[in-house]
Design a protein around this ligand. Structure first.
Ligand SMILES: [Zn+2]
Ligand SMILES: [Zn+2]
Length: 123
């Protein structure tokens, strides 16, 4: 499975997805093709920013390599200006002003908050 698909696959809790991605990346010789991009990167990086103290160095390394892969802070800032839609209220937000539900991997604005039907958190 491609890294982006794996990161966005709701079958596993997000921490387990990131753990597997990081491990596969290390085992594959830190190959750039195994890094995450786009929405998958947004999910991994946002989750990492909230939980970076909880997990090991491998995850931080994987996130840092992916950050570099999308173009570093320039790429990240460009991504934050992209517009996405909150599934609950249908309003459009810039990525910097909206969260992502790690349960269903859909966007959720901070007014709407967590999805009642999801076990994930908003990152
Ligand atoms: Zn909303
Ligand atoms: Zn959800």
């Amino acid at each position: 499975m491609k890294s982006n698909q794996m990161a966005l696959d709701c079958a596993l809790p997000i921490e387990e997805r990131i753990g597997r991605l990081a491990l596969a990346w290390i085992r594959g010789g830190r190959d750039g093709s195994q890094l995450v991009t786009g929405k998958a990167f947004f999910a991994v990086y946002s989750w990492h920013l909230r939980h970076w103290t909880d997990h090991d160095i491998t995850w931080a390394e994987y996130t840092a390599a992916s950050f570099h892969g999308i173009g570093g802070s320039d790429g990240w800032n460009a991504m934050l200006r992209e517009r996405v839609i909150c599934v609950s209220c249908g309003d459009t937000y810039r990525l910097e002003n909206i969260g992502l539900c790690t349960g269903c991997m859909r966007y959720a604005c901070y007014d709407c908050g967590a999805h009642a039907s999801c076990t994930g958190e908003i990152v």
